[in-house]
Design a protein around this ligand. Structure first.
Ligand code: NAD
Length: 314
C-alpha cells in the first residue's frame, strides 16, 4: 500500500460524514478532504472527526475546496439529494445529474489519475454519467452498486441460518434499486448450494422464505428511511470495503457498479455485477453462471436503467 494516501469525499451529508468516519477508523488514508457546497457543514464534520485524532492512525481530515482535493487517489462522491420517504432512487436522477455536472469537471481537473467512486443515487445512472463527464477509462469509474444490498442479503441469510454472514457467498446484482435480483442459483454456504445446505441443516428454504428475505433486502432502504430518515452506517462500511480493496490491491470480488460491454449480454450500462477490484480499479467483470430466469431478470434490470438514461442524458 502507498505510504501517503489521499481520499476526497464530495458531499458532507449523512453518507459522506459516516464514510469519512469509517475510513478514519480503518486507518486507510493519510489525508481525507471533505468538500461540500455547505462549507460550514464540511468544516464541522472535519473538526468533529479531527478531534478523535489521538485514537486512530495518523490522518489529517480537512474541509476544503476542489483545489484541496488535488492528486487524490480516490474521490468518493456522495453529494446530492437523498431519497425522501416514498421516493424511489430513480426519482432523484434529474436533481442529482445537475449537481454532478458541477462536481465532476473540477474533480477531474485536480485529480486526473484518481479512481472515482460514486455513491449518490440513482447510483448506476450517476456512475454512467460520471464515466461520460470525466472521460476516464471505465476501469477508474465505479459505483457502490449492490455491495450494500449484497451485504444486506448475507446478513439476512445469516440470521435465518444462524451462521456468520462472512461464510455466506451470494450476490445481489443489477440496479441498486427496485429491479435488482438475487443470484440464488450461485448462493453457496460451506461449499454447498443453498438447497443442500438446507437439507443438511434442517433449515426452512422454501421459495416463500427466499422471496420474503429478498423483499426485505430490496425494501431495506425504504424501511430504514421511514424509521430514521436516511441510511448511512452500512453504506459507509461498504464504501470502506471498496476503498480497502483498491488501496490494498486485494483483487476482491465485489458487486460494484461496473460498465458492461457485452457481459451477461448487456452493454453500455453501469450496474452491480461481481467484479474483481484492485489498485487499478475495476480489473475484471466476472460472468457468474446465472440460471436462465436470473439472466433474463438481470437483462430487464438493465433495460430499466437504459430507459432512464435514454430519457435523461446520452
Ligand atoms: P444528505 O442530504 O445528508 O447529504 C448530501 C450532501 O450533498 C449535503 O451536505 C449537501 O450540502 C451536499 N451537496 C449538494 N449539492 C452539492 C454540490 N453541488 N456540491 C457539493 N456538495 C453538495 O444526503 P445523504 O443521506 O448523505 O445521501 C447522499 C446520497 O447518497 C444520496 O443521493 C443518497 O440517495 C445516496 N445513498 C446511496 C447509497 C448507496 O448504497 N449507493 C446508500 C445511501 C445513500
Amino acid at each position: 500500500m502507498k505510504k501517503n494516501t489521499k481520499i476526497s469525499i464530495i458531499g458532507a451529508g449523512y453518507v459522506g460524514a459516516a464514510s469519512a468516519f469509517a475510513l478514519m477508523m480503518a486507518g486507510l488514508a493519510s489525508d481525507i478532504i471533505i468538500v461540500d457546497i455547505n462549507k460550514e457543514k464540511a468544516e464541522g464534520e472535519a473538526m468533529d472527526l479531527s478531534h478523535g485524532a489521538a485514537f486512530v492512525k495518523p490522518v489529517e481530515v480537512k474541509a476544503g475546496e476542489y483545489e484541496d482535493t488535488k492528486d487524490s487517489d480516490i474521490v468518493i462522491i456522495t453529494a446530492g439529494a437523498a431519497q425522501r420517504e416514498g421516493e424511489t432512487r430513480l426519482d432523484l436522477v434529474g436533481r442529482n445529474y445537475a449537481i454532478f455536472k458541477s462536481i465532476i469537471p473540477p474533480v477531474v481537473k485536480y485529480s486526473p489519475n484518481s479512481i472515482l467512486l460514486v455513491v449518490s443515487n440513482p447510483v448506476d445512472i450517476l456512475t454512467y454519467m460520471t464515466y461520460k463527464l470525466s472521460g476516464f477509462p471505465r476501469e477508474r469509474v465505479m459505483g457502490s452498486g449492490t455491495v450494500l444490498d449484497t451485504s444486506r442479503l448475507r446478513y439476512m441469510l445469516s440470521t435465518h441460518f444462524e451462521i456468520d454472514a462472512r461464510n455466506i457467498h451470494t450476490y445481489i446484482m443489477g440496479e441498486h434499486g427496485d429491479s435488482e435480483i438475487a443470484a440464488w442459483s450461485t448462493t453457496n454456504i460451506a461449499g454447498m448450494d443453498m438447497n443442500e445446505y438446507c437439507s443438511r441443516s434442517g433449515k426452512d428454504c422454501r421459495i416463500c422464505i427466499k422471496d420474503e428475505i429478498f423483499e426485505n433486502v430490496k425494501n431495506a432502504a425504504y424501511q430504514v428511511i421511514k424509521k430514521k430518515g436516511a441510511t448511512y452506517y452500512a453504506v459507509a462500511l461498504a464504501i470502506k470495503r471498496i476503498v480497502e480493496a483498491i488501496l490494498r490491491d486485494e483483487n476482491s470480488i465485489l458487486t460494484v457498479s461496473s460498465y458492461l460491454q457485452g457481459e451477461y449480454g448487456i452493454e453500455n450500462i453501469y450496474m452491480g455485477v461481481p467484479t474483481i477490484v484492485g489498485a487499478s480499479g475495476i480489473k475484471k467483470i466476472l460472468e457468474i453462471p446465472l440460471n436462465e430466469e436470473e439472466g433474463e431478470m438481470l437483462k430487464k434490470s438493465a433495460d430499466k436503467l437504459k430507459e432512464v438514461l435514454d430519457k435523461g442524458i446520452k
